[in-house]
Design a protein around this ligand. Structure first.
Ligand SMILES: Cc1cc2nc3c(=O)[nH]c(=O)nc-3n(C[C@H](O)[C@H](O)[C@H](O)COP(=O)(O)O)c2cc1C
Length: 218
């Protein structure tokens, strides 16, 4: 069995990556034999959907598949065959990161039927979404982030399965706040959150991984 964590952060050792790694540990705690892999989207030169519609051509050779030939194509093919996928993205300007959006376009669009009936057979693997952000839980609701996350998840649900989710707020952004102009943040408070709340977030990510593994067995 194969499971993927998709890292939509350009950073490979920070909050999003750590949470994703924990979720993969959660999978392996249930399925020790399972193969798990984190894909760092910012390591791969790729673009989003180029709107060629080859995936929608009547009697087309590539119907229901992304025809876009690039370094990402073989990786995408593997991900679409996975037994479970966990997506992780920081919030950038009130949305997912650019590369996560590019990924979702390529991951979802070939399977989105432009028809009132199902036209593409594909794997409906269990999914989870982990979002990290600077703002507090209250601010994220006020700013409509949850509505945005719901929107992405409802598209994913329509194509694959209903994702589990984890919202991680007030993340620790810099290793050393004193080196950056960042007086709108209270470093002490962030450090406290890092020590007290982030370990709980990691635990939740681990549980999400366990759930994905269990769902993959059904
Ligand atoms: C370009 C950029 C834009 C950002 N925009 C937002 C934002 O709109 N809302 C927010 O809450 N955090 C925002 N952040 C903060 C990140 O979402 C947050 O620090 C996140 O946890 C980073 O994840 P990472 O440490 O795994 O890279 C932004 C960060 C960057 C670099």
């Amino acid at each position: 069995m194969k499971f993927f964590a998709i890292n939509g952060s350009p950073r490979k050792t920070c909050s999003t990556a750590k949470l994703l790694d924990k979720s993969l540990e959660g999978i392996q705690s249930v399925l020790p034999e399972a193969e798990v892999e984190r894909i760092d989207l910012y390591d791969i030169p790729f673009n989003g959907c180029k709107s060629c519609f080859a995936c929608k051509r009547i009697n087309g050779r590539h119907y229901g598949r992304c025809v876009y030939k690039d370094d990402f194509k073989p990786i995408l093919n593997e991900i679409t065959q996975a037994d479970g996928v966990i997506l992780g993205s920081p919030v950038y300007f009130g949305d997912l990161t650019g590369n996560m959006r590019c990924f979702l376009e390529r991951f979802m669009f070939p399977f989105l039927a432009y028809s009132s009936h199902e036209t593409v057979e594909h794997k409906r693997m269990p999914l989870a979404c982990i979002y990290t952000m600077n703002v507090s839980r209250e601010a994220s609701i006020e700013m409509g982030y949850n509505d945005l996350f719901d929107k992405y998840e409802s598209i994913l649900e329509g194509i694959f399965t209903k994702p589990e989710h984890l919202y991680v707020h007030e993340t620790y952004q810099f290793k050393d706040y004193s080196r950056y102009v960042s007086d709108i943040f209270d470093e002490k408070e962030r450090k406290h959150i890092l020590k007290t709340r982030f370990p709980k977030d990691l635990k939740s990510a681990f549980e999400i991984g366990k759930n994905i593994a269990l769902k993959s067995q059904k």
